[in-house]
Design a protein around this ligand. Structure first.
Ligand code: MOS
Length: 735
């Protein structure tokens, strides 16, 4: 029986629920000292004095580091190819660029001693008024240098097409800053050995990239750095790049010649490790009276730090999702303000862009009188409008039709405010989505031992999605074993180099390397069985050998041999297979590869209090072949919940006077809890996509967070007749 496709429970589930899984902040080593960061209370200016003598005399204190005694670090130019969360390096000079910037680090025997000594440090500042972002500043946004993708795109003449269209929609959509709010705080345990090798136990989604970055900034050769991260308690993009605390931990450990553990406080999680930048998006749609799009214009502006050009590519959604006969134009600009650098967060770019695009599509549905599902079917396209290439697979039509059937969409009256449940208003909304499929190289090693057990190794990550389990399924099938024979080791730079857990890419890429490695190990076994010592299948052809249940056999004969016997017979302790998956970059391939969804939300709105409750939700997804439906559904549930937060709850506020993020804990920043989440129904309509991956899988995790917000906002409109264009949808906006 194939393990792929089975709803197998996660291999690390028991360890996780019993506390056996060790997260970075759980780790300690003999002689570990503890570091605490003291951060700036102002957002702009410089420090004029940092008085540390009382802190240095405090109980347990081993060292106090400020820009006055901190070793030099190498400043790098910003590059999206380098996992540097921000280029401004900590404790290198007296400048203050954002509130919460590190100004000192205390190292002490215990964490409490370090934190206490930190409170004794007196910092004086020369304060400048901070530049704080507000949406009207989008008018004066600047054009940053091009980074990951072109900032602007234009096909046809979108402006003319919209001007000439019989039906036009134009509106601005705004989203606030948001924070990742992973439950696990960022932490680093840094240890230097006698040979000068640095080992960083770091809460990171990219051990390999972290090693690269730390090597460049600290000037330590990569061979002398190990980075380890076995489990993540929420990454959400916040742990996808490296932040100042990791560098500070490394240098603090060097300064005191002991292992140093540095764990950010919950409050520091709001200023030291990135956030999602607010977006101000304008969309203009032109369509004929049947709702067929003739033009799309989508422009997005986001704030970034004063020192980095972080672009939130929100308008990219409009480059690919729907066809428009007359043209599509998109652009991105930024506003430089006093804050730390933004970074990717939970379906970055797409989750913001689809809010604007899919709400605008709903507005178009009402303007033309075309049903919102039918409108989307009419604008489906087999060709990617941006690149002109056909999509590898695109089951968006099935997502819309099968999702609608599951939801019971055909019973929905078109008119807003036409559904009620007692005193509550009921509304139903839909949105479609497209999600970038990332193709990244990765290596893996599979070792089959004489006991018939298998070790899979890769410097990839299980960010919580179930990679430990899916990789075991893939290796098991390739080797003709059951997944319980397979142990998977991840998250250590000493393992074969792989790619980060970013962009929902692991199942299609890092896991494909495991497939190749397992196939290589199996082929070695077959070669031994054909031509090794006392070969049982001498003279047979390799393609005729069957491997199943840990046994190689030749059909229509009684000849068979177990892996264990085969290895013993050849005097081998193990067989090793190496996998090197090296896909061509998506943009260079013949097909446009994306995953797709259509999602359906039903909300209940209290007309007196403006309170919105999600009542039920159906998500239909095309993520190619599903490797494990149980884990896929778990991811979808998580993604939908992220979307509920985006739609109804999440918002980081900045104090315009001080430039500080104000909500710095879980009571000040709302995320969905169990009581906010109703029954979530998911269905997977995709099929094997050979362009996307040898496993046929396309990205899924973040796909499921995209378009949840517009489906909810569209349902709120259907319930109330009120169009909300600013997230989150809160009580005061509905009253
Ligand atoms: Mo994810 S926000 O692509 O790390």
């Amino acid at each position: 029986m194939n393990a792929i496709g089975q709803p197998i429970s996660r291999a690390d589930g028991r360890r996780k629920v019993t506390g056996g899984a060790r997260y970075t902040a759980d780790l300690t080593l003999a002689g570990t000292a503890h570091a605490a960061i003291v951060h700036s209370t102002i957002a702009n200016g410089r420090t004029t004095s940092i008085e540390t003598s009382a802190a240095a005399r405090a109980p347990g204190v081993l060292a106090v580091l400020t820009h006055g005694n901190m070793p030099h670090m190498n400043r790098l130019a910003w590059s999206h190819l380098r996992p540097q969360g921000q280029t401004y390096l900590p404790l290198q000079d007296d400048k203050i660029h954002y509130a919460g910037q590190p100004v000192a680090v205390v190292v002490a025997e215990t964490r409490d001693q370090a934190a206490h000594a930190g409170t004794l440090i007196e910092v004086e500042y020369a304060v400048e008024p901070p530049v704080v972002f507000s949406p009207p500043m989008a008018r004066d946004a600047g054009v940053p240098p091009q980074r990951m993708w072109p900032l602007a795109s234009s096909s046809g003449d979108a402006g003319q097409a919209i001007a000439d269209a019989p039906v036009k929609i134009e509106a601005a959509y705004t989203m606030p800053d948001r924070h990742h709010n992973a439950m696990e705080p960022h932490a680093t345990l840094a240890v230097w050995d006698e040979e000068g090798t640095l080992t960083l136990y770091d809460s990171t989604q990219m051990v390999v990239g972290t090693r690269k970055l730390v090597s460049l900034v600290l000037g330590v050769p990569e061979e002398k750095i190990n980075v380890v991260c076995e489990f993540l308690g929420g990454g959400f993009g916040g742990k996808s790049w490296s932040w100042p605390h990791t560098l500070l931990a490394a240098l603090a450990a060097k300064a005191v010649s002991r292992p140093v553990r540095l764990q950010l406080t919950r409050a520091q999680m709001y200023s030291m490790v990135g956030h999602q930048a607010a977006t101000v998006q304008t969309i203009a749609l032109g369509a004929d009276r049947d709702g067929r799009l003739t033009g799309i214009r989508h422009d997005s502006v986001n704030p970034t730090s004063s020192f980095d050009d972080y672009v939130e590519y929100a308008a990219v959604a409009s480059r690919h999702l729907w066809g428009a006969s007359g043209g599509i134009a998109t652009s991105h600009r930024v506003v430089y303000v006093n804050r730390n650098s933004p970074v990717v967060l939970r379906a970055p770019m797409e989750a913001q862009g689809h809010f604007a695009l899919e709400c605008a599509m709903d507005e178009l549905a009402y303007a033309t009188g075309v049903d919102p599902v039918e409108l989307r079917l009419r604008n489906d396209t087999a060709i990617d409008p941006y690149s002109g290439r056909p999509f590898s697979t695109r089951a968006l039509r099935q997502c819309l039709t099968e999702g609608a059937a599951r939801f019971g969409w055909n019973k929905r009256p078109a008119q807003p405010r036409s559904m009620r449940d007692g005193r509550y208003l009921i509304g139903q909304g839909v949105a479609g989505a497209i999600f970038t499929h990332w193709r990244w190289p990765g290596k893996a090693r599979v070792t089959l031992d004489a006991a018939g057990t298998v070790l899979v190794e890769a410097a990839a990550h299980d960010i919580g999605t179930g990679t430990y389990t899916t990789m075991a399924q893939v290796a098991a099938d390739a080797l003709g074993l059951t997944p319980d024979r397979v142990v998977v080791r991840l998250g250590d730079t000493r393992l074969p180099e792989s790619h980060p857990a970013i962009g929902s890419s692991t199942a299609a890429n890092a896991t494909a390397a495991v497939l190749l490695a397992a196939q290589a190990a199996r082929d070695k076994a077959i070669t031994l069985a054909l031509a090794g010592r006392d070969a049982p299948f001498a003279a047979a052809a390799a393609r005729d050998i069957i491997v199943a249940d840990g046994t190689l056999s030749l059909p229509r004969t009684s000849r068979s041999i177990t892996y264990a016997e085969l290895l013993a017979r050849n005097g081998l302790a193990s067989l090793v297979g190496d996998g090197d998956y090296n896909p061509v970059e998506e943009a260079l391939g013949p097909k446009a590869i994306f995953s797709f969804s259509a999602v359906f939300a039903e909300v209940r709105v209290d007309p007196d209090f403006g309170l919105v409750r999600l009542k039920r939700f159906v998500g239909a997804y095309d993520a190619g072949r599903i490797l494990n439906p149980k884990l896929a559904r778990s991811q979808a549930i998580g993604g939908i919940i992220w979307g509920v937060g985006q739609a109804l709850l999440e918002k980081s506020e900045t104090d315009p006077a001080s430039g500080r993020f104000m909500n710095r804990n879980y009571s000040g920043y709302l995320v969905p809890t169990n009581a906010d989440i109703p029954e979530l129904d998911t269905l997977f309509v995709g099929r094997f996509d050979e362009e996307a991956s040898p496993l046929g899988a396309k990205g899924i995790g973040e796909l499921t967070a995209v378009s949840v917000a517009p489906a909810i906002v569209n349902a709120v409109y259907h319930a109330t007749g009120k169009r909300i264009r600013d997230l989150p949808v809160t009580v005061e906006k509905l009253l």
